[in-house]
Design a binder for this molecule. Structure first.
Ligand code: TYM
Length: 323
């Protein structure tokens, strides 16, 4: 089964990215029948990052983090979105069948404009580019968090429109893979964890910063001796990171009282550090070997280009473009 997904290099990776998406990438790469493509969405990030040096360095950092977290370049293709020119080419073809109304309904566009971003064409057409990422490799499944569900629906709509216009089943309709438990990981203020909300717990922040983020998780004023509410972000994050066999004990601490929120936060901090300790070590080594990360990206681009070429040729033929 063919699988594709990507992360925008608009900041550093956080628990939402890991629990909603990257943890799925790691599970999926283990099945031999899966043919996985995981990229760094630098073209998408161009809609918000205007400085070349910053984008270049964040892109390399996300690729490094993919490897540190355990993505295996022998099993999956890891590449920069911008290394695959077929993506922008297909995006243009798709844009010619994209109804304006469909893009106007985009939640992500509306949210970004509401946050004060300049309403550029790139921001408006973002879902078309994302559809091209997915469709160009003929992906059947797309592991993502729930915030990407509308983009996946749009991808299916655009593929259907393109196939209808050309009267051929050229583009395969993909399905999202969304983990019910980690569909929308909350940030430290209880809203969706997101770089743009400034409420993230970064995976690779220095320990002191991590401690600060975890200790700032909002809680209510339940006294120490009383049972704690299971509704806030602290409970949700603990549940997501606690190994299943230890959950009964953590849950008990929450529901029986006698444990302050501070102690529960310390428990969460310990879990974050334990979960990512091996990845932190690998990351330190990879940061010293940028040449290796670049070579992985180059090899990944070649694999992605090989996957994209036949479909691109078919689309060009169907559209009547130069062959
Ligand atoms: P991005 O970079 O915002 O996030 C990367 C992945 O992390 C997931 N995610 C979350 N999941 C659960 N809870 C959260 N709080 C949370 N925050 C982020 C996202 O759902 C995503 O899976 N448009 C995409 C990048 C992209 C893409 C693609 C993804 C571009 N082309 C093609 C899949 C296929 C984005 O902005 O993700």
């Amino acid at each position: 089964m063919r699988i594709v997904s990507g992360v925008q290099p608009t900041g550093r990776l956080h628990l939402g990215n890991y629990l909603g998406a990257i943890r799925q990438f790691l599970d999926l790469q283990s099945a031999p029948a899966h043919d996985c493509f995981f990229f760094v969405a630098d073209l998408h990030a161009l809609t918000t990052i205007r400085d070349g040096a910053t984008l270049r360095s964040l892109t390399l950092e996300i690729a490094t983090d993919y490897l540190a977290l355990g993505l295996d370049p022998d099993r999956v293709a890891i590449y920069r979105q911008s290394s695959l020119p077929q993506v922008t080419e297909l995006a243009w073809m798709l844009s010619t069948v994209t109804p304006m109304g469909l893009l106007r309904r985009g939640h992500s566009y509306k949210d970004k404009i509401a946050r004060g971003l300049e309403p550029t064409h790139g921001l408006f057409a973002y879902p078309v580019l994302m559809a091209a990422d997915i469709l160009i490799v003929g992906a059947e499944r797309v592991p993502v968090g729930r915030d990407q569900a509308q983009h996946l629906e749009m991808t299916r709509d655009l593929a259907t429109a393109f196939n209808q216009v050309h009267d051929e089943p050229l583009l395969r309709l993909p399905e999202p893979m969304i983990l019910p438990d980690a569909a929308l990981v909350p940030g430290i203020d209880g809203r969706k964890m997101s770089k743009s909300h400034g409420n993230v717990i970064e995976l690779f922040a220095p320990e002191a910063d991590l401690r600060r983020s975890v200790m700032s998780i909002v809680t209510d004023s339940t006294p120490l001796e009383d049972p704690k509410s299971a509704r806030g972000p602290l409970y949700a994050l603990l549940k997501l990171l606690t190994p299943p066999e230890e959950w009964a004990e953590s849950r008990r601490l929450f529901t029986t009282g006698g444990q302050g929120y501070g102690a529960l936060k310390t428990r969460l901090l310990g879990l974050v550090l334990d979960t990512f300790r091996p990845a932190r070590q690998r990351r330190e080594e990879l940061l010293r070997d940028v040449g290796f990360v670049e070579s992985v990206l180059n090899a990944g681009s070649e694999r992605a280009a090989t996957a994209a070429a036949p479909l691109m040729a078919e689309c060009r033929r169907a559209c009547g473009l130069a062959g």
